[in-house]
Write a protein that binds this ligand. Structure first.
Ligand code: TPP
Length: 615
């Protein structure tokens, strides 16, 4: 590394620092206040700049890049509207602990505070949604700030960092020597190993438990603790439940992996959590979609919580043992001493719940009788995802948008590997899917990447199709097109007496839209067409491709824990028998001679509502 001083501009220093932090791609959009840095980029061909069509796309692409690799993603924008357009992507990265560094241009130092053209206090705006942020006020501190930004983004609990650089500082020159000593920040020392007494206490709880369950979150894959997790569950015979972002923490084919829990998780998994006598929460943050009603959450259990962020311990759920540390380190500490103990009766109980769930399943193997709730010849979103799983051999990196399709992905696409599902779990950001998939594919060109998006969310950032074409990114786009803001429609059906206000969508012809960008596209309307369309798409290895899956409008994601309900108080899809019984009752009621209108009944309890592919 060159340690001799050279005279560089601030803009060149930014580029030098990016290179030395291992950056190879920058996602961004130019404008006046960041122009010096864009000009400097011409001297750094090693830094590949991707021109997005909107700055939101840049921050999501940087996020997708980061999540696919564990490396820091970089987004760049000008001041004012450029910077504010990054905000949704920054907040998304913050909620899901994704390491990105955003570099924004700012008006010249002397103009700050004068309402100068395109001035916005972006550090003020992003203060609550960044792990840390900087307004650079002198050229002398620029290199150090850049180093700190990357250090903070990638260490401890990862997260977004913003560096706002006034234009005059980008233009000024100075002697540049890249600082080589390690970054030290007062008060910032992410812990690694867990405290010995807390590890002892956790081992004691594990020894005493009869119905233990591990709840694995995003932290497992982020700290590369996947192998340790599998070893812990095998050695101690403890089943593993996954949060949405925990998918990939352990193979979903593993016999001890129960799958996803939470609002749209498996009923058997939620029951297991509620009946467990020990909950071992690893790298997750007890989000309300995970816990349901906090007052009754896992009420029979003692609790262990391991997280790198001390502020997570006892934040939402009080625990018996909280261990602060890196997941990999703490799991190794536990593994050294954990004992093998049979939990057969517990696994048998879970198997009974699972059998009940399988009975209700709508996507079945070809030889099994079809669930009567599935309309003949129609296409369901759940089927599309399940078939995509089959036809890609479960090997794709899937990047979802937000809504019903996201939950079907979580339910029907089983993940084997870490970082193979990329989704906006915490903020639930519509518009995330397509740009994040582009970022992920650029980060991992060796991987097959599918963007699975709803017709609503796709349209929020569909302009990034042009970015994918310009960069020839071979991302496969599956639009799950139900002509509705499906997930909101579902809530309206359940909780707002089927008043579908502002959720039906008039959509463009997505195939024509894709073709307008020069993207090959196919429309699929029946299940029998899925395999050919998927295979045709997979065969195209240059540039993006799109399939418009026209699915039933009224499909519902089952099960569902209504917001604030107890975790095991779920709206379930009826079994085929229950479904038939209801149908007969309805038919009989329709044929019965008309009687005087009965007194209006009290509104049905949420758990018995559900008319479409359900009751
Ligand atoms: C930016 C943003 N706006 C609004 C919402 C609220 N929201 C959550 S899901 C959803 C509907 C999504 O519809 P679509 O993209 O068509 O997917 P589907 O649910 O039909 O699969 C909406 C509006 C959101 N999550 N993000």
């Amino acid at each position: 590394m060159n340690t001799e001083a050279v005279v560089l501009t601030g803009a060149e220093i930014v580029c030098e620092c990016l290179l030395r932090e291992g950056v190879d791609i920058v996602f961004g959009y130019p404008g006046g206040a960041i122009l010096p840095t864009y000009d400097a980029l011409t001297k750094y061909p090693q830094l590949h700049h991707v021109l997005t069509r909107h700055e939101q796309g840049a921050s999501h692409m940087a996020d997708g890049y980061a999540r696919a690799t564990g490396k820091v993603g970089v987004a760049m924008a000008t001041s004012g509207p450029g910077a504010t357009n990054l905000v949704t992507g920054i907040a998304t990265a913050m909620m899901d602990s994704s390491p990105i560094v955003c570099i924004t241009g700012q008006v010249p130092t002397g103009a700050i505070g004068t309402d100068a053209f395109q001035e916005t206090d972006v550090t003020g705006i992003t203060l609550p949604i960044t792990k840390h942020n900087y307004l650079v006020t002198s050229l002398d501190e620029l290199a150090e700030v850049m180093r700190e930004a990357f250090h903070i983004a990638r260490t401890g609990r990862p997260g977004p960092v913003l560096v706002d650089i006034p234009k005059d500082i980008q233009n000024q020159s100075t002697n540049f020597v890249y600082p080589t000593e390690p970054v030290t920040l007062p008060g910032y020392k992410p812990p690694r190993v867990g405290r010995a007494d807390q590890v002892d206490a956790a081992l004691k709880l594990i020894r005493e438990s009869r119905r233990p369950i591990i709840l694995a979150g995003h932290g497992i894959s982020m700290s590369n603790a996947n192998r340790e997790l599998a070893q812990l569950c095998e050695r101690a015979q403890i089943p593993v439940a996954l949060t949405l972002l925990g998918k990939g923490a352990i193979s979903e084919q593993h016999p001890m992996c129960l799958g996803m829990m939470g609002m749209h998780g498996g009923a058997e998994v939620n029951h297991a959590i509620q009946q467990a006598d020990l909950l071992i929460a690893l790298g997750m943050r007890f989000d309300d979609r995970v816990t349901g009603n906090l007052a009754t959450y896992a009420r029979n259990s003692r609790k262990i919580h391991v997280d790198i962020d001390p502020s997570e311990i006892n934040k939402n759920v009080n625990v018996d043992v909280g261990i602060v540390g890196d997941l990999g380190e703490v799991l190794r500490q536990l593994l050294d001493r954990v004992e093998r103990r049979p939990n057969d009766a517990w696994f048998d109980r879970i198997a009974e719940w699972r059998a009940d769930s399988e009975l209700r399943e709508i996507v079945r193997p070809a030889e099994a009788p079809q669930h009567p709730a599935v309309p003949e010849g129609k296409l369901l979103g759940a089927q599309v995802i399940r078939d995509l799983f089959e036809f890609t051999g479960g090997n794709a990196v899937t990047v979802t948008d937000v809504g019903q399709h996201q939950m079907w992905e979580a339910q029907y696409y089983q993940h084997e590997r870490p970082h193979s599902l990329i989704t906006s779990g915490g903020l639930g950001t519509m518009g995330f899917g397509l740009p994040a998939a582009i970022g992920a594919k650029m980060a991992r060109p060796d991987q097959e990447v599918w963007a699975i998006v709803g017709d609503g969310g796709f349209q929020m950032t569909s302009m990034e199709l042009a970015t994918a074409v310009q960069e020839q990114v071979n991302v496969h786009i599956a639009v799950i097109n139900n002509g509705f803001l499906g997930m909101v429609r579902q809530w309206q059906e359940f909780f707002y007496e089927e008043r579908y206000n502002q959720t039906p969508m008039v959509n463009p012809d997505f195939c024509k839209l894709a073709e307008a960008y020069g993207i090959p596209a196919t429309r699929v309307t029946e299940r029998g067409q899925i395999e050919e369309a998927v295979n045709e798409n997979r065969a195209r290895t240059a540039g993006p491709t799109l399939i418009d899956f026209v699915v039933e409008k009224e499909e519902i994601v089952f099960p569902m824990v209504p917001a604030g309900a107890d975790l095991d108080d779920m709206i379930r899809r009826p079994t085929p028998e229950e479904f038939e019984r209801k149908r007969r009752e309805r038919a009989a009621a329709a044929e019965a001679p008309e009687e005087p209108a009965p007194e209006p009944e009290a509104p049905a309890a949420a758990a018995t509502v559900g008319t479409r592919f359900g009751v």
